[in-house]
Design a protein around this ligand. Structure first.
Ligand code: ZN
Length: 439
């Protein structure tokens, strides 16, 4: 377990390098305990289990997880603020939250044990990414209800590293502190790291004089090209971190220095990959939506939580020695907000317009690309064969109406392409939202 005598490169080596059979046995025991606890303490789950005639005692193998209901972001929003807490509020020592002014969002509670577990899980990631107690971390995530900053902060302190809780913004001050305090590890979104590099170049700062050794990024999808730019400009390693605020925050999964997939803390979360439309479980290696079940959370345990993130799961051993499965880096999100020509666009808004116009809510795909430095957004809409072949005029009218409605409701001009079923089947292989600007 955690001790100063742990082999270099691991924070909790016994847990991180467990044999597969041992891991699965532990997962099953923890799952059984979690499921009976939520059946006892969370009316939402008790009702959902009852509706399926599922008795927690019949959970005999990890395969039985498939009998359990999914938990969606909508379920969490419906339970706002405390409907899904599995412990009395007096046992909660910290509350984080998601959601802006437009929606109430989700409130996540943590017991004292949850906070300790969180720090250990994120400390595993920090160590995997090369951080030691000799490092100085500059955390540029926003300190607040958002889980990112605090998640990394307490883990780094637990590890014994020096933390600079500078929070977000004020780029000039960030740069001065990075130089003066001899920051070795920058914690940032990839886009803010790029912004800092530009600002340092504009200030004619010699980047070779920095003490930086690594940049730990998270909070948004990014391309390998972005990683290369940051690594080369700053002479650092860049490692990716995957956070799920509703389940924990950062510390769910992260890259080791192999930078070939993110190790998922499987002794605390069971991952599944499902078809995002049919919700059927998919075999290892197939791309689908990541679904996670928490195994050790006391205050806010979630069963089969649909993350909406599309990825694959690789159970093959990693050269670093960790035995946990790795998820592929996220390139696309099925419900992510897009910024198109400076306007925030949610795919759900596009869906609402389509549903309104057509009454059926046809299948669609949203493609955003950049042409000559300008964003171009296209919606592919599936239309029935009769519309597609018979009535050219009808087709043009429908397309114009959609274009007009999208522009007036969303404030962004969209190209509209009508396609047949088979074309849509093929297109959706890339996901409902394809943002080519990130490639
Ligand atoms: Zn590894």
């Amino acid at each position: 377990m955690t001790s100063t005598a742990a082999p270099a490169g691991f924070w909790q080596p016994d847990d991180e390098c467990m044999h597969r059979e041992e891991l699965e046995q532990l997962q099953l025991e923890r799952l059984q305990a979690t499921v009976s606890r939520v059946a006892r303490n969370v009316p939402f789950y008790r009702d959902a289990f009852d509706a399926r005639r599922f008795d927690p005692d019949q959970l005999r193998s990890l395969h039985d997880l498939r009998q359990l209901p999914f938990t969606t972001k909508g379920d969490l929003a419906d339970a706002y603020p405390y409907g899904l807490l599995a412990v009395p509020l007096r046992e909660v020592v910290r509350l984080h939250g998601t959601g802006g002014t437009g929606s109430s969002g989700v409130v996540m509670g943590y017991t004292r044990n949850d906070i300790k577990t969180w720090a250990n899980l994120m400390a595993r990631m920090l160590v995997a990414e090369g951080v030691t107690k000799d490092d100085v971390l500059q955390i540029t995530f926003d300190y607040g209800l958002f889980t990112g900053a605090f998640g990394v902060h307490f883990a780094a302190e637990r590890l014994g590293a020096s933390v600079i809780p500078i929070s977000s913004g004020n780029t000039k001050r960030q740069i001065k502190i990075m130089v003066d305090y001899k920051t070795t590890t920058l914690v940032s979104t990839p886009s803010y790291a790029l912004h800092l590099i530009e600002a340092m170049r504009a200030a004619k700062l010699n980047l070779n004089t920095l003490s930086l050794r690594r940049v730990l990024v998270g909070g948004e999808p990014f391309s390998e090209e972005t990683r290369r730019l940051i690594q080369e400009a700053l002479h650092v390693t860049v490692t990716d971190n995957y956070a799920v605020s509703e389940l924990l925050g950062p510390g769910v999964a992260g890259e080791c220095l192999e930078r070939n997939g993110l190790h998922l803390n499987e002794d605390h979360f069971i991952p599944e990959i499902v078809d995002p439309v049919t919700l059927a479980p998919l075999p290892p290696g197939a791309e689908g939506e990541l679904v996670l079940t928490s195994l050790t959370k006391e205050a806010f345990p979630l069963i089969r939580f649909r993350t909406r993130d599309l990825t694959t799961l690789d159970p093959a051993p990693c050269p670093c020695g960790r035995t946990s499965a790795r998820i592929r880096r996220m390139e696309a999100r099925s419900d992510d907000m897009l910024i198109i020509k400076g306007v925030n666009v949610f795919p759900a808004q596009v869906e609402a317009v389509l549903h309104d116009v057509d009454g059926t809510g046809p299948r669609y795909q949203l493609v955003v690309e950049r042409r000559e430095a300008l964003d171009v957004a296209t919606v592919l809409v599936e239309v029935s064969q009769s519309v597609f072949f018979d009535e050219i005029k009808l087709q043009a009218g429908y397309r114009d109406m959609l274009r007009h409605r999208l522009a007036s409701d969303l404030g962004v001009h969209f190209e509209v392409k009508l396609v047949e079923r088979s074309t849509m089947d093929a297109a959706l292989g890339k996901g409902k939202v394809v943002d080519m600007r990130k490639r």
